[in-house]
Design a protein around this ligand. Structure first.
Ligand SMILES: [Zn+2]
Length: 256
């Protein structure tokens, strides 16, 4: 899953009495990401620091990483201060898993104390339109509502937890997330053929393997990209495949 913290760098987003949207979104996004990771979700970020990225670059990043879901976190604003408050989620159209996820996130945020302003279709938002996977943009309260800011600051951890729970519940209900037990049962033997810091180098290794007729995919592991060639249920199958790779001149490592 890719988490996208709205705005950044030269683009502060909405600003209210010195409070900048880009700071709130970054802090919240990183905390949501931590919770998701603790729950077994592989999390990537469009940004983890105060840098500018165009909406288009964010979508491209998600597409290139091949993530299954995209969640963008923002804070809302209204032309008049302290007139509107609450959370809303935006999606490309009102259908599919993204719709369920957006509704679930809103419901969870309502339990923390936000007004639920609903889920809205925004087919023209670049991060929703250009991403090839289900994408949700959450507006976590209005930055020019003192009530929402007060809630944001005093219940910060609960808000992050609510968003994460919305994501996790949706994936569990859809059967996308498996129970940890089944995951253990399904542990397979995998053959690692290279560990890289740079994704391009991993892609090159993947290509070399594929050119020579071996299966290959890239998998992110901590801050590295590892190239995996084949998954096997049985240890003897994995060892045999490992031998073929070694004969072809590849250095291999058997992992689970
Ligand atoms: Zn925004």
């Amino acid at each position: 899953m890719m988490l996208d913290s709205g705005h950044g760098g030269s683009d502060p987003g909405a600003v209210y009495r010195g409070r900048r949207e880009k700071d709130d979104t970054l802090r919240l996004t990183l905390t949501v990401g931590e919770i998701l990771q603790e729950n077994g979700i592989e999390v990537l970020y469009t940004r983890t620091t105060d840098v500018y990225l165009s909406p288009y670059e964010r979508a491209v990043e998600a597409n290139q990483a091949g993530v299954d879901f995209f969640l963008s976190i923002h804070r809302n604003s209204y032309p008049t201060d302290n007139e509107v408050m609450g959370v809303e989620s935006l999606i490309y159209d009102l259908s599919g898993l993204k719709y369920q996820m957006a509704q679930e996130i809103n419901e969870q945020l309502e339990t923390v104390g936000f007004v639920d302003l609903g889920v809205k279709a925004r087919p023209n938002l670049v991060v929703l339109k250009r991403t090839r996977m289900p994408a949700v943009l959450v507006e976590a309260g209005f930055i020019n509502s003192d009530t929402d800011n007060e809630l944001f600051d005093s219940n910060f951890q609960d808000i992050a937890q609510a968003i994460a729970t919305g994501v996790l519940d949706t994936l569990e209900n859809a059967g996308v997330l498996k129970e940890p037990e089944t995951l253990v049962e399904q542990t397979k033997y995998r053959i690692q053929v290279g560990l890289f810091r740079n994704r391009n180098n991993a892609a090159r290794q993947q290509e070399t393997l594929e050119d020579r007729g071996f299966p290959a995919y890239i998998d992110q592991w901590k801050q590295y990209y590892r190239v995996i060639s084949g998954e096997y249920d049985m240890l003897d199958e994995a060892v045999a495949a490992q031998r073929r790779l070694k004969r072809a001149g590849f250095e291999t490592l058997l992992i689970q």
